[in-house]
Write a protein that binds this ligand. Structure first.
Ligand SMILES: NC(=O)c1ccc[n+]([C@@H]2O[C@H](COP(=O)([O-])OP(=O)(O)OC[C@H]3O[C@@H](n4cnc5c(N)ncnc54)[C@H](O)[C@@H]3O)[C@@H](O)[C@H]2O)c1
Length: 340
């Protein structure tokens, strides 16, 4: 296997040599001088030494390292581990807004990936039929996973924190927090947009996302665990959403995208990852309500996406499982978003 000390020495030397290279006019370095490009990618450590990555997966050795070990020791039987990296076996999660739509779909995906339990938070006093059917489906899957429902308004910070604490007390761990609860905006000219409406949308979409992320992060910290927090934002948070008088919704989601980046930077030292997902146009009750009043939007929304269609909730099973799992262990502060 490659000797880490050798790599460290080589990289230190490479840095030195690159500093003395003339600015190369080739495509590899483009207009960035080699020394700058290199130092941005591998920052020099104290004393001019470079430290190698220290993360060790519980499934280690993985990938090429596993292949090299197997080459040295023929008694090692190669086996595929890629799907094990996506496994959420025994993990504990919370998904807000999971009585229906994207939240419920994501909660089910986490259960299918093996989570011990996923707590679904939503404002309804009792869960809807779809939720009950999904819970029964999880039970009948018999993989040891379960769905729980907790009635909660995500704008109540103390209550969301308390629910997080109660989950922590009961389960003794906390691995995944997904903030999905959200409300659309009324169509109101931005120059007339009333304070009350603005406050309502920001309260749920922005404050509620933060309170949910806090509830998860506080428990991850309490149990000294790494974990994954995923904030459901929207492409309306970053694109120019023409044709919609949605100043509150767009602003609320822009804040969520930056919230994920900001929290990722603060929590990285604790091994807690924070990412955002901007789904694109997805067929749910929320979008159906809009399409009912303005059916012409279906063509416009479909045209936004290179696939020329809007999406379905089950198309988020993969991305949410990936972000929640160790398969995305080096992904934090990022936004998953479709090209528009
Ligand atoms: N559907 C889309 O096209 C689309 C696109 C981009 C982003 N999103 C975002 O995805 C998320 C889910 O949207 P959806 O389409 O599944 O909508 P949805 O209306 O089907 O689900 C939203 C859920 O959030 C819950 N909720 C609302 N306010 C709450 C509160 N104060 N406390 C607790 N729960 C509350 C609702 O009861 C509902 O169950 C939202 O944040 C939405 O902004 C949706």
């Amino acid at each position: 296997m490659t000797n880490p000390a050798h790599i460290s020495k080589t990289l230190t030397c490479s840095c030195f040599h690159f500093r003395h290279l003339p600015r190369a006019p080739n495509a590899l370095w483009g207009v960035v001088p080699p020394s700058r490009a290199f130092s941005r990618r591998i920052p020099p450590q104290r004393g001019g030494k470079l430290s190698l990555p220290t993360r060790t997966s519980p499934l280690a050795p993985l990938g090429v390292t596993a292949a090299l070990q197997a080459k040295k020791d023929p008694s090692i039987k190669p086996r595929s581990k890629i799907f094990d990296e996506f496994s959420l076996r025994d993990r504990v999660g919370l998904v807000s807004g999971a009585n229906q739509g994207l939240g419920l779909e994501m909660a089910l995906a986490l259960c299918e990936a093996g989570a011990r339990v996923v707590y679904c938070l939503d404002r309804a006093a009792a869960p809807a039929q779809d939720w009950h059917a999904t819970r029964e489906y999880v039970e009948r899957m018999a993989n040891g996973s379960r769905l729980e429902y907790v009635s909660c308004d995500v704008t109540d910070q103390q209550r969301v924190w308390k629910i997080g604490e109660e989950i922590g007390d009961k389960e003794g761990r906390f691995d995944i927090g997904v903030a999905t609860a959200g409300v659309p905006s009324l169509h109101i000219n931005c120059l007339d947009y009333p304070h009350e409406q603005l406050r309502k949308v920001l309260d749920v979409n922005t404050c509620g996302a933060l309170f949910t992320a806090q509830a998860a992060g506080r428990q991850m910290t309490r149990f000294n665990m790494s974990g994954s927090i995923i904030l459901i934002a929207s492409m309306s948070g970053s694109i120019t959403n023409r044709g919609h008088a949605w100043v509150s919704y767009n602003s609320s989601k822009a804040a969520v995208i930056q919230m994920a980046r900001s929290m990722a930077c603060e929590l990285g030292d604790k091994g807690i990852r924070v990412n955002s997902v901007s789904p694109g146009h997805i067929f749910t009750n929320m979008s159906a309500a809009e399409l009912e009043t303005r059916p012409q939007l279906l063509d416009i929304w479909s045209d936004f996406n290179p696939l020329r269609r809007i999406g379905t909730t089950d198309e988020f099973r993969g991305v949410i499982t990936w972000l929640a799992s160790d398969a995305s262990s080096f992904c934090t502060g990022s936004e998953y978003a479709p090209i528009t």
